[in-house]
Design a protein around this ligand. Structure first.
Ligand SMILES: Nc1ncnc2c1ncn2[C@@H]1O[C@H](COP(=O)(O)OP(=O)(O)OP(=O)(O)O)[C@@H](O)[C@H]1O
Length: 252
C-alpha cells in the first residue's frame, strides 16, 4: 500500500467532520472520494497532506507518518491541487515551476525547466506558458494547478474537484493525463468529485463518505443504487453501456 489512512478524526470548532475514517490506496490506483456537499471531502484531503492535523488517527505514506515530516518532505510525496486556485501575478510557466520547489536548490536546474515544459504540454497549455495566471480562465488556471502537481513528482496526487471548471473535452483530457501518469509512473491519485458518472469511468475504486465515515469502498462494478440513495438521498438506476455502468436519477 502506498498510503494508509487510519481512524482519522477531525472537526472544526468542536464540530466533528471526520469520524474514524480509514482506507488504503495502492500504487497505480485512482480513488474517487464522493459524498454530498459539506460531508468532509476537502477536509479529508487536507488531513492526508497534513495541512490539517487530525485529533486522532494516522496517515502513513509507504509506512512513514506524514505528521512527523517536514513540509518539503510531505510535498515530495503528496501533490495537492486545491478546489479554488489563487491567481497571482506570475506566468503559467513560473506557477508550474513552483511545484519543483521541494526538489530545487536555490535555482531551477535544466531538468526542472524541462519538467515544467513537459507538464504544460501534458495539459495542453504550452501556448499560454508566458501568460500571467491572473489573466486566465478558470479552466486554464485549473490546468496550470494540475501541471504544478505533476512537476512535483509526488507519489500521490490529491485533487480537489480537478475537473469542476473544465469543459467536456478538457475534462476528458485532464483525466486521461492523470490516469496516464498514475498508471505509467506507479503513482496514486485521490480525487474528490461530484460527477458520479465521471468517477465511475475514471476511478478504480470509489470511497463514499456519510456521517464522517466510510459508507462504502468499492469498485465501479460493485456500486449498487442503494448506496447512492443512502448517501445522496436520490433514487437512481444503474444501467450499462457496454461494460461501463452509468447512474441515472429516477425522478427528474
Ligand atoms: N475552515 C473551516 N472552519 C469551520 N468549518 C469548516 C471549515 N472548512 C470547512 N468547514 C465545514 O466542514 C464541513 C466539511 O467541509 P468540506 O469542505 O470538507 O466538505 P466537502 O465535502 O469538501 O464539501 P463540497 O462538496 O461542498 O466541496 C462543512 O460543514 C464545512 O462548512
Amino acid at each position: 500500500m502506498i498510503l494508509h489512512a487510519k481512524d482519522l478524526c477531525f472537526g472544526y470548532d468542536g464540530r466533528q467532520v471526520l469520524d474514524s475514517l480509514g482506507f488504503d490506496i495502492a500504487a497505480g490506483e485512482i480513488l474517487a472520494v464522493l459524498g454530498p456537499n459539506g460531508v468532509g471531502k476537502t477536509t479529508l484531503l487536507k488531513c492526508l497532506n497534513s495541512m490539517h492535523r487530525p485529533r486522532g488517527g494516522a496517515v502513513l505514506v509507504e509506512g512513514l507518518d506524514v505528521f512527523r515530516m517536514a513540509r518539503a518532505e510531505v510535498a515530495k510525496r503528496l501533490g495537492y491541487v486545491a478546489q479554488r486556485a489563487e491567481a497571482g501575478r506570475m506566468t503559467a510557466f513560473d506557477a508550474v515551476l513552483l511545484g519543483r520547489k521541494p526538489h530545487m536548490g536555490w535555482r531551477a536546474s535544466a531538468r526542472d525547466l524541462r519538467l515544467g515544459e513537459a507538464a504544460l504540454r501534458h495539459v495542453g497549455l504550452s501556448h499560454l506558458a508566458l501568460r500571467s495566471i491572473d489573466r486566465m480562465s478558470g479552466g486554464e488556471l485549473q490546468k496550470v494547478c494540475i501541471a504544478r502537481a505533476l512537476v512535483q513528482e509526488p507519489q500521490i496526487m490529491l485533487l480537489d474537484e480537478p475537473t469542476s471548471s473544465l469543459d467536456l473535452r478538457n475534462q476528458l483530457e485532464v483525466l486521461r493525463t492523470i490516469r496516464h501518469v498514475v498508471e505509467g509512473h506507479g503513482m496514486a491519485a485521490i480525487m474528490t468529485m461530484h460527477d458520479l458518472n465521471t468517477a465511475l469511468r475514471f476511478a478504480h475504486r470509489l470511497l463514499l463518505i456519510k456521517d464522517g465515515r466510510v459508507h462504502a469502498l468499492c469498485t465501479p462494478d460493485e456500486l449498487g443504487p442503494e448506496v447512492i440513495e443512502s448517501v445522496y438521498g436520490v433514487a437512481v438506476d444503474i444501467v450499462r453501456h457496454g461494460r461501463q455502468p452509468f447512474i441515472i436519477p429516477k425522478d427528474i
